[in-house]
Design a protein around this ligand. Structure first.
Ligand code: NCD
Length: 316
């Protein structure tokens, strides 16, 4: 058994902040996905990763809750030898009305080499990228962008299907409030997939006019190779807007029955956190013959290793 070889770095190195999937060129995306595969392979073989980040410090500043994104950046950085400090919103002076900008500048002054930032509002990361001396990685900003999730989803899908080019991917549910859908659709299309949004008109985004929309799972899942379910993001809605969970499940829940509208070998994805019995059936989510949910989590670490290595590892 061999690990996928370490890819040659792209001609144009990856540098600066990662705010959007638009910040990485096609060749750089391929490099990151190949490097994620390389790290996945090392892990499979039980081999240690190299430690290009020894002496570097990653700071996680999460102004909105997170399980997967924050934890996987921590693990990824530690596997490559970095020191890590994570500041979740609950424990910080943000509770004392300090602004996100002041908190970030304070942490950066302690010697961050890279800062991963999640925020409720769109665009804080772009401001920080201008103000801070270190690169900023967008760990999700409002409903706008979540580039590292898009990269890990692409890496997981490519590992499962052997390619992305030519695949048809349906992104289902609350697309309007989802930064995962926005970044994911852009990236998958660039990699040659056909992307569709499926859901009620009220949960479709205003932008992304180039993505075909479907109002029913029966039509939207037809001929799909992958189906990505999204959480109904109630925290971004007025109470009146939020759909009833049972009614949403009846119309848009991903179950064994509705998955049958897709191709027989279709895979199921979900960025988490999942609401079982709402956007996805729990048994289907756990069924690894279809579900990539935990593979996405594992690839989240490998992909973030690749991103950190490329940004601050001093090699690519
Ligand atoms: C998502 C997020 O925070 O954008 N989760 C994640 O990062 N894996 C999706 C969500 O909150 O529903």
């Amino acid at each position: 058994m061999h690990a996928a070889p370490r890819p040659a770095p792209p001609a144009e190195p990856i540098s600066g902040s990662l705010l959007s999937v638009d910040d990485v060129a096609d060749e750089q995306i391929t490099y990151l996905l190949d490097l994620a595969d390389h790290y996945a392979g090392l892990r499979r073989l039980g081999a240690l990763a190299p430690r290009p980040l020894v002496g570097r410090t990653l700071i996680n500043l999460f102004l909105e809750p997170s399980t997967r994104t924050m934890a996987s950046f921590e693990i990824a950085a530690q596997r490559l030898g970095a020191d890590v400090l994570s500041l979740p919103a609950e424990g910080s002076s943000l509770r004392k009305d300090e602004s996100g900008l002041d908190t970030a500048q304070t942490l950066a002054a302690m010697g961050a080499d890279v800062m991963v930032v999640r925020s409720k509002e769109a665009g804080l990361q772009a401001l920080l990228a201008e103000r801070l001396a270190c690169p900023v990685v967008n760990g999700g900003d409002g409903a706008a962008e979540h580039p590292t999730q898009a990269l890990l989803d692409a890496a997981t899908l490519r590992a499962a299907k052997g390619r992305i080019e030519g695949l048809t991917v349906a992104i289902v549910g609350d697309v309007a409030h989802s930064r995962v859908a926005g970044s994911g659709a852009k990236l998958l299309k660039r990699l040659g997939a056909q992307v569709r949004f499926v859901g009620p008109a009220a949960l479709m985004p205003e932008g992304a006019a180039d993505v075909p929309r479907f109002e029913t799972l029966r039509e939207g899942l037809k001929d799909c190779d992958a189906v990505m379910a999204l959480r109904v993001q109630r925290e971004r809605m007025e109470d009146a807007e939020a759909p009833d969970g049972a009614a949403f499940h009846a119309a848009y829940g991903l179950t064994y029955e509705t998955l049958a509208f897709a191709r027989p070998d279709a895979v199921v994805m979900h960025p988490g956190p999942m609401n079982r019995g709402v956007e996805i059936d729990g048994d289907l989510a756990d069924d690894e013959t279809h579900s990539l949910v935990l593979k996405q989590v594992a690839y989240g670490v490998f992909t973030r290793m690749a991103i950190l290595d490329a940004l601050i590892g001093g090699r690519a």
